[in-house]
Design a protein around this ligand. Sequence first.
Ligand code: PHE
Length: 341
Amino acid sequence: MLAQLDQLYADALAQLDQATNTADLDNWYKATLGRKGAVYLLTRQVGQLTAEERPLFGQRLNQIKNDLEARYQQRLDNLKTAELEAQIAASALDVTLPGRRPVRGGLHIITQTLREIYRIFGDMGFQVYRSPDVETDAYNFEMLNFPPHHPAREMQDSFYTTRPDVILRTHTSAGQIRAMRDYYPEPVRVILPGMCYRNEQITTRSSIQFTQVEGLAVGKAISFADLKGTLTEFACRLFGAERQTRFRASYFPFTEPSAEMDVTCFLCSGKGCQVCKYTGWLEILGSGMVHPVVLRNGGYDPEKYTGFAFGMGPERIAMLKYGIDDIRLFWGNDLRFLQQF
Ligand code: PHE
């Protein structure tokens, strides 16, 4: 038995010498010191020894085991270092090369424009109010005083769903009623930003989806002067203090009276250029005093409350501001365009 042990030790050492990589070494370990390895198999035969022989055998076995463990560990360390060195040598790593710059993201031009609008109205006490993109006909049209066959609906050709009363909102005005019902009987001062959808031909000037920012103020004794003052102040903060505004009579079913607001062209300062088509003015938004029917639908008594509303398109504002001539660029996901802002 002791002779067998010595033989095992000699064989193991010889095989260890032959292991030239970590995989070999791993196999050697399993075959020698592993759970069913040679050493283990030999210990199982210890029962055949006499009582006197056993201590000597045990002692020698432990010696061999410890020795083999230590040699294995040493060998493993050496091989690992060698393998790493070979890998480094093979892959020609040049630590003096400059690192690769990670790609840095940025905010979309419309997000930037929206945030500027939020900041200006935030200063004036308006909160951002979110309302759904998917709306009912009632919120988008009917409660805003568009009866079912009203011709004004034609200007907002809608995307319908399989449910006849559910559409994609054609304007953020749909959220006006929601905000009023939420705030009643408190005064309302909110802006409603978000994506709107219209079934339009896709051209450089019109798109099937675009953002709008709606504004709504409802309270006691709110007048048209408040509307003009608020929106003129907004225009000056967004486009520059020297801007002038003008209001032209217009029509929306949900406001009465209604007006469109122009600002003096910020490119030519009113002298006339290509962007303002030589008029000196740029149309920025639609607005008006909240129609009594709409106030009532929102829960407010039009005898006691009044309000104003307005709506603008951030894409149009960005187009004017940066001289962008194609609205399709905003949602085309072309980095060459987006990275410019
Ligand atoms: N919702 C109108 C549009 O999309 C804009 C608007 C909003 C007009 C609020 C008046 C008041 O054209």
